[in-house]
Design a protein around this ligand. Sequence first.
Ligand SMILES: [Zn+2]
Length: 449
Amino acid sequence: MSETEEMIRPATAHGPLPDDLRYFDPQIETLPRAELDRLQELRLLSMLQYIYDGNGLIREVWDAAGVKPSDITSLADFRARAPFIDKDMIRDYRDRNDDPCGGLRIADYRDIPHVGFTSGTTGDPTPVPNGKGSPTEAEILREFWQIGARGGDYVTYMMFTFRSGISRASFLNEAGFTPILSPHDPAMLPQMIDAIETYRPTILYMLSTPMMIGLEKYFETSGKDPRDVFRSVKGGVFGGEPMSPRFQKLAKDWGIEIFDYTSLGDVTGAMECRAHNGFHAWEDLALVENLDPDGNPVPDGEMGELVVTALTDPWAPLVRFRTADLVKFDRTPCSCGRTHLRFWTLGRAGDQTFIQGTPVLPRDIQAIVELFPETKSALFQIIRPQAQMDVLRLRVGYDGLTDSPDALAARIASKVTDMLGVPSAIELVPAEDLLKLGPPQKIPRVTKS
Ligand SMILES: [Zn+2]
């Protein structure tokens, strides 16, 4: 490394942070469990009347259930009595009331600086109005700090449709970062790589399956050394869906430490810490529950549905929002020192397909499809007219280079039977056709036809 390069490297680059620099908000991030519970109760009780008065959907649902905010005087009351909402209820309220924000927004339109949208994985995207003081701001700053970014750093900001779009990057400026903005579009990668080589960002926010496919193609043809391109990067944040094993290895080969990222029920995001053992749910920002289909709590370590309530969102707070995300919780202390619970995503409730009684989730297929060079991008869809089927039907994207698609299909089907023990029928299509289905950060993994 030249002397000039040494001079422009951030002082904290590539190396463990001293303990006192580990947390962005040390008091909150390491708050003992009992105090965390008290803080949640305090915040929840102080928000409920405000939400009921201003959030049309919540008022309607609570009125229908015969529950008033004044009936709730503890977390236990809330867990026992507060009614649920879900995405269909938001869409239904939106359509009945001609309210694009689905009854969620509290302020007048003129006070709302930004309306984001969910990515539309399970139907048409639902609105997420937000602005200054939204939980996502606090969340992102804690994550960036944990990865090792500090004020004065450049960070890339390639957002997709989740929660906040590109116009919400201003809070990063206020926190001292300089975001390098780009649409979440693999076609923009050559320009983004130029910017990375010029400004040497410390964080790549965010990567996704389509971006990894784009980067792999870029490095295959450009002759550039990925380790050199990414030498300033302390972490790449990956979202949209679980990262496939092959892409995990690729990122490692490029010298990028990957931090998986997911949505915390559209209230905010959640990221892995440096221990890489589950997503931390920020419990000062959101009350999270893991419930069975009847609404009863599921013990830690077992699978249930993630249900989330915003505790600090002044714009469009969700209350007891059933996410349809299947998760498991762990409240034991994490080796990173944070006390907020960790969770693992196991799939979407609606995505589970039963082949002759055997449950199959998209993540099971991903690891198989990417084993074959012609289908290494792991672009596939489960074709599922109904949840119970006799044969697993897969549409798989291939790179067009194989001379015998029929033989390739037979090899994939045989591997599926070996690894999952179920019969399958494989339909091969050009990978680009699947990539076009979008949304930008992933493709629908389950489809009816
Ligand atoms: Zn941790």
